[in-house]
Write a protein that binds this ligand. Structure first.
Ligand code: MV4
Length: 455
């Protein structure tokens, strides 16, 4: 087992990993930028090393500085956290080459799943359902039109170099295909320096369902149920929940086992998440994330599995301590992402926190790295806390999340707490009746109504 782990990350996820290390009797080293010198993870870790100034490219993305910090502190392993270098195969390779264990998948699997086309070919061969579309990059508008007619309109033209919703163009009919195709390719060329596009059947109102996976180095792999991440705005998740109110136990078992079989056949090591679009009872593979996710606490609450602990044990060569039949989904969990942003305009609101009170009580968890007197830096993403609640049923969890949000005090910066308090009261949300477009449509309607009332 590792004696000392270096955590190459910041904020609430760095603290989450420090906590797991402490509970496992493993010393922790946190690297930080000058902007994070007063971060809670720095205070709670056994050691900390300043690796550069605020800009990520000079600190959290500075591979030589991170490897040097691991060397001088005598770390055995490096945990990349989420974001930054977590899915950077070059970093994973260099960590191993420098004699440290990378707490994550092999560089090959990071690379394989990081390339969308290779990822789709890999999972297609392993029997996962994919969105009907072109086998690869479109070589001409004629080829695109022929495939679009095959799969049926509307179709989505996607930039290979795109991602996170960027570089997607819907073509609704044969007449508009040529113009959509040329706009998609020229916009992709301009935005990403690469005009290559591929084509898929457009799913108009899907849900976003992701499966939590965990594999070890002894050929074992399990799934730990799903999370419904459909409540999102501009490709930023807002509220996630598990299990999904839209899945039957049979559908959960079907897609979970299929995904687990896939990673088992791959010989995948560590935690991973397969993302799917779910529409009309059908699943469609989107992509696989080869890292821990922000919303992992939802799965921890409904399965009782400490995913960071298991990540570390697997990286140290331990076999999984459970088989698939041991994994039970108990109850229901929500996660509200609390950002330092105005709850209506979403304008970032960094600055000093003058009062902070975290909610408590049965089934309430607050993963955050803020404290009274802490100044939220403007440099990084605006996530300041994750409120996770768990209860026996979805209805009880709704009551609990409302109560916990009301208890939460974060003063003198704006936060999205009022937004969460609005969303959880909307009947359609409470009924679990939503898809990936629901929140943006709801906010647009609210905006239109308040404008009408003001005029
Ligand atoms: C789609 C889709 C509908 N049909 N593909 C958005 C980012 C990237 N992960 C893939 N995305 C989508 N691909 C087809 N064929 C709708 C989306 C999409 C989306 C997907 C997941 C979560 C939120 C989303 C928000 C807008 C669009």
């Amino acid at each position: 087992m590792f004696k000392k782990i270096l955590i190459a990350n910041r904020g609430e996820i760095a603290l989450r990993i420090v906590r797991a290390c402490k509970e496992m009797g493993i010393e922790s080293v946190v690297v930080h930028s000058t902007a994070d010198a007063n971060g809670m993870a720095v205070r709670m870790a056994d050691e900390s090393v300043c690796i550069g100034p605020a800009p990520s490219r000079l600190s959290y993305l500075n591979i030589p500085a991170i490897l040097s910090a691991a060397t001088v502190t005598g770390a055995d392993a490096i945990h990349p956290g989420i974001g930054f270098l977590a899915e950077n195969e070059e970093f994973a390779r260099m960590v191993e080459e420098h004699g440290f264990t990378f707490i994550g998948p092999s560089p090959e699997h990071i690379a394989k799943m990081g390339d969308k086309a290779v990822a789709k070919d890999t999972v297609r061969e392993l029997g996962l359902p994919l969105i009907p579309g072109s086998p690869g990059i479109l070589s001409s508008v004629e080829e695109g039109l022929a495939i679009a007619k095959e799969v049926g309109f509307p179709v989505l033209i996607k930039a290979v170099a795109g991602g996170g919703g960027k570089g997607m163009k819907v073509a609704r009919s044969e007449d508009e295909f040529a113009s959509s195709y040329s706009m998609a390719t020229s916009e992709a060329k301009a935005a990403f320096g690469n005009g290559d596009v591929y084509l898929e059947k457009y799913l108009p109102d899907p849900r976003h369902i992701e499966i939590q996976l965990l594999g070890d180095t002894h050929g074992n792999a399990v799934h730990l149920g799903e999370r419904d991440c459909s409540i999102q705005r501009r490709h930023q998740k807002v509220i996630e929940e598990g299990p999904s109110p839209a899945l039957t136990p049979e559908q959960r078992a079907y897609i979970g086992n299929l995904a687990a079989d896939c990673v088992r056949k791959m010989g995948y090591r560590g935690v991973g998440t397969m993302e799917f679009l779910f529409q009309d009872g059908e699943f469609y593979f989107l992509e696989m994330n080869t890292r821990l996710q922000v919303e992992h606490p939802i799965t921890e609450m409904i399965t009782g599995v400490d995913l960071v602990r298991e990540q570390i044990l697997v990286a140290a060569g331990e076999p999984l301590p459970f088989a698939q039949e041991d994994i039970k989904i108990m109850g229901h969990a929500f996660e509200c992402r609390i950002n330092a942003e105005h709850p209506e305009t979403f304008i970032p609101s960094p600055g000093k926190i003058t009062r902070f009170h975290a909610p408590g009580g049965l089934g309430v968890r607050m993963d955050s790295a803020i404290y009274e007197g802490y100044s939220v830096p403007p440099t990084y993403d605006s996530l300041v806390a994750k409120l996770i609640v768990h209860a026996k049923t979805r209805e009880e969890a709704l009551m609990r999340v409302a109560r916990a949000l009301e208890e939460c005090v974060i003063e003198r910066i704006n936060t999205t707490i009022p937004l969460h308090q609005r969303i959880i009261e909307v009947p359609q949300f409470r009924a679990g009746d939503f898809n990936i477009h629901w929140l943006e449509r709801y906010l647009a309607e609210q905006e239109a109504e308040s404008r009408k009332a003001a005029s």
